[in-house]
Design a protein. Structure first.
Length: 285
């Protein structure tokens, strides 16, 4: 029984690998929707294997290494090959270079993740865009793009998103390059693997979770693309916010100090000194 519990997370990880291999097989045959859903299935399995391993107390360095090897196939090679079939094949050698660059940066991102995992460092965020997120935004884009102008597929769509699909399609090479750099960057992203989705901390979080699930079930292709896009943007917005505050702190620190006086309730004189925007009062002897 214990062996079965320990092996179950490994089976989920290998299922992720199988989904990535099937995605490439479907992409080679131009069954793009099937390839997309295989990548999505791999993302779900990747989210589950770590949770199950921690729940069963079966975490190990072997599991970390195996997970990264499977992720490289499912989220590094498979989505890159899928995008080659969808948009980059007419580009010839430049398209091949973009595909190779995406796979290389995914490998570098996973290698760095393994090194951090070996140190035992526990963090609430990822350093660099997670590889499954980069794969998810590419696969979900293809899911939405396939619905554009295709009347044979009966699926609910968001008109605002669908009208911009041809515009997004033109920038697929640029998007892949940006995602590649984000994977090897030091931009911080939230770690949802450690979130306790089954026990939201507030009614607001529960409401957001329910509404999000309802929208995904109603508009699956479009909402999955929107969710992954927003996740990618959160890291960039957070980076811009921290840069703004850092620059503001430098500006305030460079200002000359300001002095002043006031009377306390007991009639004592106090001196005011302000150097960084914060005012402090000291009693005047």
């Amino acid at each position: 029984m214990k062996k079965g519990i320990y092996l179950f997370p490994t089976f989920l990880t290998l299922g992720n690998l199988a989904a990535g291999v099937m995605a490439m097989i479907f992409a080679a045959q131009y069954h793009l929707s099937s390839a997309d859903w295989c990548i999505m299935a791999g993302i779900i399995l990747d989210m589950l294997d770590g949770r199950v391993a921690r729940w069963a107390g079966a975490t190990s360095q072997f599991g970390v290494e195996l997970d990264s090897l499977c992720d490289l196939v499912s989220f590094g090679v498979a989505p890159a090959f899928l995008m080659f079939r969808v948009a980059l094949e007419p580009w010839g050698p430049p398209g091949c270079m973009i595909v190779i660059f995406f796979a290389i940066t995914a490998a570098l991102r996973l290698a760095r993740f393994n090194l951090r995992a070996q140190t035992g460092e526990v963090t609430t965020h990822f350093v660099g865009l997670p590889v499954p997120a980069a794969a998810g935004i590419l696969a979900s884009f293809v899911l939405s793009y396939e619905l554009f102008g295709n009347e044979t597929i009966s699926a609910k769509t968001i008109p605002l998103v669908m009208k911009r699909m041809p515009f997004f399609f033109k920038f697929v090479p640029l998007v892949m390059i940006i995602l590649s750099f984000l994977m090897v960057s030091t931009v911080e992203y939230g770690n949802f693997k450690r979130m306790k989705l089954g026990r939201p901390k507030s009614i607001q979080n529960l409401a957001f979770l329910v509404v999000g699930l309802l929208l995904i079930f109603t508009y699956p292709q479009n909402m999955i693309f929107i969710v992954f896009s927003l996740y990618v943007l959160t890291g960039l917005i957070s980076l811009a916010w921290r840069f703004y505050h850092a620059q503001r702190a430098k500006t305030m620190a460079a200002r000359p100090p300001h002095y002043g006086r006031r009377k306390t309730d007991v009639g004592q004189d106090e001196e005011m000194v302000s150097t960084t925007g914060r005012t402090t009062w000291t009693t005047k002897e």
